[in-house]
Design a binder for this molecule. Structure first.
Ligand SMILES: *[C@@H]1O[C@H](CO)[C@@H](O)[C@H](O)[C@H]1NC(C)=O
Ligand SMILES: *[C@@H]1O[C@H](CO)[C@@H](O)[C@H](O)[C@H]1NC(C)=O
Ligand SMILES: *[C@@H]1O[C@H](CO)[C@@H](O)[C@H](O)[C@H]1NC(C)=O
Length: 180
């Protein structure tokens, strides 16, 4: 009798533990976002003037981000835009080669690798944030189009880096209270 009670208690404890393990950790940690920003900032040089012409094709929709983060809904929106932006950027980084050689992209590969590894963690931890309408998908289709032309590919990468940097800077500045 006593042993079956103990058995049941153990069973319940195990069940509880399994539940805790299976529960998604929903968070986006400010320090990981900050480190991502710094890596991206430090892995290359300034935005080249000759790439300005592609601003017509690639212009990040700043209005996707809320103006402030005074309430929960605005925080959810800000985190969602960051999540979507990082997710799409990771996808582009995984599926395209950086153009190398003359006129190519000369980024620090070590920093880029570290950045991408960090994104894996951020995206995994924040995966439950991915709800809501896509806010930046037309921006990313435009980036993809520019990357697919040989003559504009390098500028596409530069513009993408510039814009992701700006998004991260804005959220770390204006919406840092939304992070863990
Ligand atoms: C994130 O990327 C995956 C593909 O790696 C895609 O299936 C998913 O829809 C994307 N989520 C968001 C929120 O963009
Ligand atoms: C996408 O590119 C078109 C021009 O090809 C431009 O009119 C539009 O504003 C761009 N949209 C974004 C979000 O970059
Ligand atoms: C940039 O946009 C212009 C105007 O819409 C278009 O003609 C051009 O093909 C686009 N360039 C690239 C590389 O996507």
């Amino acid at each position: 009798m006593a042993s079956s009670v103990i058995f049941l208690v153990l069973l319940q404890l195990c069940g509880l533990q399994l539940m805790l393990v299976a529960m998604p950790t929903c968070r986006m940690r400010e320090n990981l976002v900050r480190t991502s920003h710094h890596l991206l900032r430090d892995l290359g040089g300034p935005f080249p003037v000759h790439c300005l012409q592609y601003n017509v094709n690639i212009s990040f929709p700043d209005s996707a981000l809320p103006a402030t983060s005074a309430n929960q809904a605005q925080c959810r929106r800000a985190l969602w835009v960051v999540y979507e932006t990082l997710n799409e950027t990771q996808l582009i980084l995984q599926n395209n080669h950086l153009p190398v050689g003359g006129g190519g992209v000369t980024w620090d590969e070590g920093k880029l690798d570290t950045f991408m590894n960090l994104q894996e963690r951020l995206l995994e931890e924040g995966s439950c944030l991915s709800t809501g309408p896509h806010a930046v998908s037309s921006y990313f289709s435009n980036v993809t189009a520019v990357l697919q032309h040989k003559e504009s590919a390098a500028c596409g990468w530069m513009a993408l880096r510039r814009d992701v940097l700006r998004v991260l800077k804005i959220v770390l500045h204006k919406h840092h209270n939304c992070f863990l």
